[in-house]
Design a protein around this ligand. Structure first.
Ligand code: FES
Ligand SMILES: [Fe+2]
Length: 401
């Protein structure tokens, strides 16, 4: 007979999972620009934001400039999400203090004329910038601000951007961000969870059985896996999914398999230690209908019609697998095997990056050269060829259309 009596659950390793201010990984995350909301979220009302365990308020002033402030008013702490927007900035609802996007206090309407209190106060704020329909914030030390990378997936002639921010497709995943991000580099769960266990959640032949070849590679900006699979009708496919530091995913959802280069980038957004959101910027041709995107999104994992507990037990998806690991997965309870190679490589990359920050060096993925940041090369995509055909066509040389 065996018994679990006396089995002790070890402490969770905090180094890789915690993202609050002053934590090792939190300091790492604060060295990169992080998406915080959509540009179109900033209209005539302020927007409450939670990111990396911090509570903030985003807004846009009368000149169109975005701002991101600590959410509690410097006077007596009312949340600025209830303030009103004016040409010069955001005015607190309680006693009318007016803030600009740089945290200056421009007006205290209940103070006597000539009061200089406002000139001696500065409200906590973060630098922000916009690209492709997302608002990005930099929450780290000011002497370390890097360039905002523009990936080659977005750099095309003409066309337009479509941005998305919120719960991942198929429902929010309420657990530690690392569980959702390392899932991307856990290549073989696509074969088990998304296909053999739950029934083709990715409509692609690539994941229907163990691949012919699979390799994980560390890259200059992060890591990737290359999966080669034999398809029906004598065809072959190669799939490359890439992770660029800090937490940017470059991948294709290939329902109709064809040679294509990724034209979108997804961001894993750590809200705090136990919640995560997802953001995405997709480049599309000018004449492509954006309303088709919701239909296309159904091809992504998690596009499900039934969300009952019974259905989720019978057809679990990433949400169930990741939340099922616990609010914060306990790595000390894991037993690693060959198929964990990608996850372990990702964790090693994270630890090295955390160490670099501790030594006051730039971690992987930081770009300081504006020219390089204007078109960061990536390799994610898919390539399909016929049996006997030479594998000469390179994913890097092709574009999604
Ligand atoms: S609490 Fe904001 S002005 Fe008083
Ligand atoms: Fe998955």
């Amino acid at each position: 007979m065996r018994s679990a009596y006396g089995f002790k659950i070890p402490e969770i390793d905090p180094e890789l999972t915690r993202v609050g201010p002053g934590t090792p990984c939190g300091e790492l995350m604060r060295r990169y620009w992080q998406p915080v909301c959509l540009s179109r979220d900033l209209e005539d009302l302020p927007k409450r934001i939670r990111i990396l365990g911090e509570d903030l308020v985003a807004f846009r002033d009368g000149d169109g400039r975005p701002g991101l402030l600590f959410f509690r008013c410097s006077h007596r702490g009312t949340s600025l999400e209830y303030g009103r927007l004016e040409d010069q900035g955001l005015r607190c609802c309680y006693h009318g203090w007016l803030y600009d996007v740089e945290g200056n206090i421009l007006d205290m309407p209940l103070e006597p004329p000539g009061s200089q209190v406002k000139d001696h106060l500065k409200h906590p704020c973060y630098p922000v910038q916009e690209f492709g329909g997302l608002v990005f914030a930099y929450m780290g030390p000011l002497e370390k601000v890097p360039e905002l990378p523009k990936y080659d997936a977005w750099v095309h002639e003409g066309g337009k951007f479509h941005a998305r921010f919120g719960p991942r497709i198929g429902g929010s995943v309420d657990c530690n961000w690392l569980q959702t991000e390392e899932n991307l580099m856990d290549a073989l769960h696509t074969v088990w969870l998304h296909t053999l266990h739950s029934g083709s959640q990715f409509p692609t032949q690539v994941f229907t059985s163990l691949p012919e070849e699979l390799r994980y590679e560390e890259t200059e900006m992060g890591m990737r896996f290359v999966m080669i699979q034999r398809l029906d009708g004598g065809r072959w496919a190669e799939l490359i999914w890439e992770m660029v530091m800090p937490l940017n995913a470059h991948l294709v959802y290939t329902s109709e398999l064809k040679t294509t280069k990724v034209n979108q980038v997804s961001f894993c957004v750590p809200v705090d230690d136990t919640h995560v959101r997802s953001a995405n910027i997709r480049w599309m041709p000018a004449d492509e209908d954006e309303t088709l995107l919701s239909g296309r999104a159904k091809l992504a994992p998690g596009g499900r019609s039934d969300t009952s507990y019974e259905y989720r037990q019978r057809h679990p998806d990433d949400k169930e697998a990741q939340e099922g690991q616990g609010e914060i997965a306990n790595h000390r309870l894991e037993h690693h095997v060959t198929s964990d190679e990608g996850v372990l490589m990702f964790r090693r990359i994270l630890r090295t990056a955390i160490e670099a920050v501790k030594q006051n060096k730039d971690p992987k993925g930081i770009i300081r050269d504006p020219e390089k940041a204007a078109c960061v090369p990536t390799t994610a995509g898919a390539r399909v060829w016929e049996e006997g055909e030479k594998r000469t066509q390179n994913v890097q040389g092709t574009r999604a259309g």
